[in-house]
Design a protein around this ligand. Structure first.
Ligand SMILES: *Cc1c(COP(=O)(O)O)cnc(C)c1O
Length: 439
């Protein structure tokens, strides 16, 4: 039934087999103890409290899905529908995904990387990669008949949830740390969300939201819908492999907040190998965190699997400021097992990386992108990234979301003779302009 629906919606050429097909989505499964549960709005294992994940029958998927089936479909995340936990593309939704993989030779040369590609995921409807995760979570919230959408946000999730709720016609409640950048609060308000600033850190916000989710039954995209939310990040892996001509890169450099995106990119590659869409080749995973909130980077350096929570994050990289990351342990294991690393980046280096990406490639990242580019440079210096490696670095948000960050650590931004920068206001005459230029 599932595939018939798919066939109608996505492959009118009749690529998909008709008639009854075995189920490709098996349900939910506990990552810790393996216990199976039916697909529903639950996120922790009823017996061991481990995190639940979506389980697929990849043999069934492999029989349906091919490069040509995918290639014939419209752009966007739904071209990989069989590897996502929904029966069919939702009737309404924002156009998410298919962001460009941009060769970045000038930036690569500046940081010593021979083949640098930027996955520019700032080009999503609300200017961050969070639109991917939210699209899947909202599709499931609608399946489950939930009456409101909500989230605990470090910033970008606020706008993504609010916009998706607007399109779905559901109310949105967005919980954020009270010191969040005003641009991100306004972004969510603009889409009609109710924004609730909480006096505390992101981890305080998250704890409160766990309680609200239990009491109210709202669809918190990153809490009770988390198993589905996390699946959205796999589409980054699918798009990268497809853009490379159905191949995997040597290195992925990606930011870590909760660690969901970082670990699900690896899962996405794994699934592509299992269903026969790409050949298995080794990929090193380099994670990027801010030094002022780098619990996963600390565990990596200490050779530990235990994540020591950071109580008071202190960094300009607010979008990654999760002190107690849900997928932190998995993230450090992935970095280590793949021969990668997790880098802790000082705010000055993050700001410098933002300026470099903008000035050398015309790509203006938010702080999470700056951290990532600086982490690529650090991994190259330490030898984790080697000469000749093909490196894909993820820019996951647009710089207009963190408008002051690029200036961090700069004395001033006024133009000096021969140096670009902000000119003083001058009268509207050519004479005045010339006098300033030749000063
Ligand atoms: C949320 C976010 C991430 C990563 O989030 P995870 O919780 O690790 O999945 C990366 N970049 C940006 C800009 C984000 O907003």
């Amino acid at each position: 039934m599932t595939t018939e629906l798919l066939g109608e919606r996505l492959a009118p050429s009749g690529d998909l087999p008709a008639g009854h097909a075995p189920e490709r989505i098996l349900g939910l499964r506990c990552r810790a103890c393996g216990r199976a549960e039916p697909l529903g709005p639950s996120y922790v294992c009823a017996s061991c409290f481990g995190p639940l994940e979506v389980a697929y029958d990849l043999e069934v998927v492999g029989a349906i899905l091919s490069r040509s089936v995918i290639g014939a479909r419209p752009a966007g995340i739904w071209r990989y529908l069989e590897l996502l936990p929904v029966d069919a593309q939702p009737a309404r939704g924002l156009p998410v995904g298919s962001s460009p993989l941009v060769p970045a030779a000038r930036l690569g040369a500046a940081i010593g990387i021979d083949h640098l590609l930027i996955k520019d995921d700032s080009r999503n409807p609300t200017l961050s990669f969070k639109d991917r995760a939210v699209a899947i979570a909202v599709a499931k919230a609608l399946d489950f008949g939930m009456e409101a959408l909500a989230c605990a946000s470090t910033g970008n999730l606020a706008g993504a949830t609010a916009a998706a709720a607007a399109v779905a016609g559901l109310p949105a409640y967005v919980f954020v740390p009270a010191d969040l950048e005003p641009a991100k609060i306004d972004h969510a308000l603009a889409y009609g969300a109710t924004v609730v600033p909480i006096q505390g850190t992101y981890d305080d916000v998250n704890r409160l939201c766990l309680e609200i989710a239990d009491e109210r039954g709202w669809g918190f995209v990153n809490i009770n819908l988390r198993p589905f939310y996390a699946e959205g990040s796999k589409t980054l892996a699918f798009e990268i492999a497809e853009a490379l001509g159905w191949r995997l890169p040597d290195v992925i450099v990606a930011p870590i907040a909760s660690g969901a995106m970082f670990t699900r990119i690896a899962r996405g590659f794994e699934e592509l190998v299992t269903v026969g869409l790409v050949e298995r080749t080794p990929v090193r995973f380099v994670g990027a965190q801010a030094a002022g909130c780098g619990p996963v980077a600390t565990a990596f350096v200490n050779g530990s699997d235990d994540i020591e929570p950071v109580r008071r994050p202190d960094t300009i990289v607010r979008s990654l400021a999760i002190g107690n990351p849900a997928d932190g342990r998995q993230a450090v294991e992935l970095a280590r097992a793949s021969g990668g690393s997790v880098e802790a980046i000082a705010d000055e280096a993050t700001a410098e990386a933002i300026r470099r990406a903008a000035r050398l490639e015309g790509i203006y990242p938010e702080t999470a992108g700056g951290v990532t580019i600086a982490a690529a440079e650090a991994a190259r210096r330490s030898g984790v990234i080697r000469p000749g490696d093909e490196v894909v670095a993820l820019v996951t948000g647009n710089g207009l979301k963190t408008p002051d960050a690029f200036r961090h650590g700069l004395e001033q931004r006024a133009a000096e003779p021969g140096v670009p920068g902000l000119a003083p206001a001058i009268p509207a005459s050519y004479r005045a302009f010339e006098a300033w230029l030749d000063r």
